[in-house]
Design a protein around this ligand. Structure first.
Ligand code: ADP
Ligand code: MG
Length: 268
């Protein structure tokens, strides 16, 4: 049987121009296999198309992970749920899957003292959401307030807030560290208003609302902001001692126990 000669010299260029890098890389091996095993042409075409699509999906997730600026290495895999007994693992897993909360533009509010694991939890949920196809931006509240202020000075506040619409979830870490004395924080109010009932936010703070009058320029603005945030919201109160501190105490206790053991007389 005579194999029909096919000129494939232009193929790499064509596939490059068509932006099909997976097919460009994989077609020679698959074509050889198809020839050897007598695959129908339609099978070869569909296998290559599926591979390109899968790789495109993986690249998209990678891009979204980079753009999200999550703290490194804080995932659900290394989040110790036993340290926060009041947090339902099943509930967190459901939120991390996306669920309906992002479609409904609900907010997630995490409260707890420093070291309770709020940022870790927020990052872990964000990480999982991105892997499930959502887009997230993780920011320290002080950073985003500063950026939005710069935008406002350039009369670009509305555009800057609109740009954040592409994120299904915007994480504002440490809201209570923002201080109205440091800066004019009404931009935060604008942001909350703009996302209200349209796009979700995840906010972490040390205190549930108690200190927020320090954050917003006036009482009316604070009440309106809290009202919008909690209207459709899920609230987790993570009232546990600092994870780091507990780790240090555990280590100290273990060290004390082992030094005690080593000084105890050995039983005959
Ligand atoms: P917070 O944001 O509430 O101040 P972090 O999330 O920054 O606390 O947690 C402080 C440190 O302790 C981080 O290194 C974090 O990874 C770790 N940590 C806190 N809680 C947990 C937990 N439940 N499981 C694993 N690591 C945790
Ligand atoms: Mg934190």
């Amino acid at each position: 049987m005579n194999a029909i000669e096919v000129d494939t010299t232009r193929l790499p260029l064509l596939l490059h121009d068509l932006r099909l890098p997976a097919i460009a890389r994989l077609w020679p091996d698959f074509a050889e296999r198809a020839d050897k095993e007598g695959w129908p042409a339609a099978r070869l075409l569909s296998v290559l198309a599926e591979l390109e699509l899968a790789e495109r999906g993986r690249r998209r997730v990678e891009r979204h992970l980079v753009e999200a600026r999550l703290p490194a290495g804080k995932t659900l895999d290394n989040f110790d749920f036993t340290a926060v007994p009041m947090l339902s693992k099943a509930r967190v897993m459901a939120l991390a899957a996306g669920d309906a909360w992002l479609d409904k533009a609900s907010n997630l509010l995490l409260f707890g003292p420093p070291g309770a694991g709020k940022s870790h939890c927020a990052s872990a949920i964000s990480h999982a959401l991105i892997e499930n196809g959502y887009r997230v931006l993780f920011t320290r509240t002080t950073d985003i307030v500063q950026k939005l202020q710069v935008a406002r000075q350039g009369l670009q506040l509305e555009a800057a807030i609109a740009k954040l619409d592409k994120y299904d979830l915007l994480v504002l870490d440490d809201l209570s560290y923002v201080h109205k004395d440091h800066a004019e924080t009404s931009v935060l109010f604008e942001l909350i208003g703009a996302r209200y009932e349209r796009r979700s936010m995840l906010i972490t703070a040390n205190q549930p609302f108690a200190d927020w009058s320090k954050v917003f320029p006036d009482q009316a603005m604070m009440i309106a902001a809290v009202d919008r945030l909690v209207h459709h919201s899920i609230i987790f109160e993570m009232n546990v001692e600092s994870y780091r501190r507990r780790g240090a105490l555990d280590r100290k206790a273990r060290a004390a126990a082992s030094s005690k053991r080593s000084t105890e007389p050995v039983e005959p």
